[in-house]
Design a protein around this ligand. Structure first.
Ligand code: GLN
Length: 494
């Protein structure tokens, strides 16, 4: 293993004084400067502030008061509010918005001593699967720069894949952590709905949105989640359940783990180049002592259709706050109040966001509410019940994260339905509020393949343990794109 390939090893390197946090931060900033023109992973780089927090971290390290995350550089998805720093959510609407407060997880990771390098590019308001809806231009996949990194957390995933930082925060409403993690060959975890506070995370579809993290390894995800998870009274859906010791839970033995293979995930549309590595991953878990049985969730194929009613409905309501009055983009010289609303919104939102607002408004309208929104909520209940039944028989559900590897930039932008089908395997977990992960399990013609694990509510520890056991047996998570040094401390890359 490369010496400093992970957050865990960097943390050790800092304590052993092999380098300082300032040195590590300088190396990361140099990598960012070098790759930004090509990859466009970041919307904002906060170099000066990063070096100042790194210097403070070095003092803590010297004083012996450092924690496991102290001094480690990281990146926040630009959906998380950061005090005094531009927070755009990938939109023209917020292209001038400097947040007056920190999101909950921003505070948590700051308190843990992490060094923020900047804000990651993303699909506008987290709506997308390719990072092509960003007002700030698309992100390119470091494995093949003619291809997309996935979305909406495309900047976060590409940044970790290019080893600009060992971790980046992300959010997942229908797959936006797992799908880009899979397409970029990195590890991503979407925790249980309510496990991590949504306070200060710009809302897309509030009943589905969940903050999480993209890392190199499951062990790193455990370390980060430890700092992020926990009750927050400022988010009314935050759940007051004690946070386990995830690092300790990583060591759970796999013997006897009951894995359910999702029949519905291995049908039409799944490319053989993805199926092969996913089946091999299942064989690895079996060798490690897990049992594998097939499980069917008959309502799961309805999840994409259900999502594209529920998510736009909530988005249309959430995005009503952007009206040009209180914050964000305001049109020039409005004639009257109505003109202000109309033009500010017309200019501030991109095409995909407008499509969602129109769809959402339609499905909530008096004449169509029962036929669409109410029906979608009923189907959502069926999907949740399917999962519940499955988890009476198995501990973890496993399947592919995406049907195909990373596709070309521009390939799907003219066909929203094809784009939406990218999340066919990920949306179910959001519908039921379940924790889910994607970890790298192979390459298809040189492009990363992800395997997905879904567990019952609050089973993050078990998912992380299964992923960790796999990553001890394999090195897919440590592979990097051509020209990218896996060693974070090595400085410039490419
Ligand atoms: N790709 C899905 C969408 O466009 C999911 C996005 C997300 O999880 N934020 O809505």
């Amino acid at each position: 293993m490369t010496a400093d390939a992970t957050l865990a090893s960097l943390s050790a390197g800092l304590r052993e004084r092999r380098y300082s946090s300032v040195e590590l931060t300088q190396a990361a900033l140099a990598r960012i400067a070098r790759t930004q023109p090509e990859l466009n992973t970041l919307i904002t780089v906060t170099g000066e502030a990063a070096l100042a927090s790194a210097a403070a971290a070095d003092q803590q390290l010297a004083a012996g008061t450092a924690g496991p995350l102290t001094g480690v550089p990281m990146i926040h998805k630009d959906i998380f509010c950061t005090t005094g720093v531009l927070t755009t959510c990938g939109s023209r609407m917020l292209s001038n918005f400097v947040s007056p407060y920190d999101a909950h997880i921003v505070t948590r990771l700051k308190e843990a001593g992490m060094v923020m390098l900047g804000k990651a590019n993303m699909d506008e308001f987290a709506m997308g699967s390719s990072n092509e809806t960003s007002y700030f231009g698309p992100v390119r996949n470091p494995w093949d720069t003619t291809r997309v990194p996935g979305g909406s957390s495309g900047g976060s995933a590409a940044a970790v894949a290019a080893r600009l930082a060992p971790l980046a925060t992300a959010s997942d409403t229908g797959g936006s952590i797992r799908q880009p993690a899979a397409l970029c060959g990195v590890t991503g975890i979407k925790p249980t709905y309510g496990r991590v506070s949504r306070y200060g995370m710009i809302a897309f579809a509030s009943s589905l949105d969940q903050a999480g993290v993209i890392t190199v390894s499951a062990e790193d995800a455990a370390l980060t989640l430890q700092a992020m998870a926990g009750f927050d009274p400022r988010d009314s859906t935050s759940v007051d359940v004690p946070v386990p010791d995830y690092a300790a839970e990583l060591q759970q033995p796999l013997a006897g783990l009951r894995i359910g293979v999702l029949r519905e995930f291995f049908g039409e549309g799944l490319q053989p180049a993805i199926e092969g590595p996913v089946r091999e991953a299942l064989a690895t878990w079996q060798r490690l002592g897990a049992t594998v049985t097939e499980v069917s969730l008959p309502s799961l194929p309805l999840s994409v259709a259900t999502y594209y009613v529920v998510a736009p409905a909530e988005a249309s309501s959430n995005l009503a706050r952007f009206d040009g009055v209180r914050f964000g983009h305001r049109c020039d010289k409005p004639r009257d109040l109505l003109d202000l609303y109309k033009r500010s919104r017309a200019e501030g939102f991109g095409a995909e966001v407008k499509r969602r607002i129109i769809t959402g408004t339609y499905v909530l309208s008096a004449g169509y509410f029962d036929a669409y929104y109410l029906k979608a909520q009923r189907v959502r209940a069926l999907i949740t019940a399917d999962f519940k039944r499955a988890f009476a028989e198995v501990d973890v559900l496993v399947g592919p994260t995406t049907p195909t590897p990373a596709f070309g930039l521009g390939d799907k932008t003219s066909d929203p339905i094809t784009m939406y089908l990218n999340d066919i395997y990920t949306i179910g977990a959001n519908m039921a509020g379940l924790p889910a992960m994607s970890i790298p399990c192979g390459l298809a013609d040189g492009l990363p393949v992800g395997v997905q694990l879904i567990g019952p509510h609050f089973s993050e520890g078990r998912l992380l343990a299964a992923a960790h056991a796999f990553q001890r047996e394999t090195d897919w998570h440590l592979r990097t794109p051509a020209g990218v040094s896996a060693d974070f401390a090595a400085g410039e890359t490419r």
